[in-house]
Design a protein. Structure first.
Length: 82
């Protein structure tokens, strides 16, 4: 007997949507986009401006880059205009 496997696509989409939402909310709560627009446009400057650890800064930057909320060119971060 070969039991059929449940389809988990919907559950996976919900989990991904949650992760994306949490990343966006964290960035907004930290005022990340304003800090970058005001000149904290390198990882080092942003860490100082946000007052968070290097590890957590890397995490939020990577998440925002992956979501297309930020761009990075020559180590300079930019917010994307909508």
């Amino acid at each position: 007997m070969n039991p059929s496997r449940p389809n988990t696509v919907r559950l996976q989409r919900l989990a991904r949507a949650y992760r994306e939402t949490v990343a966006l909310l964290a960035a907004v709560e930290l005022d990340l986009f304003s800090k970058i627009s005001e000149g904290a446009n390198t990882e080092h400057l942003l860490i100082d401006a946000l007052g968070i650890s290097k590890l957590n800064a890397e995490r939020i930057i990577i998440a925002c880059l992956g979501l297309g909320l930020l761009s990075k060119n020559n180590n300079l971060l930019r917010t994307l205009q909508t």
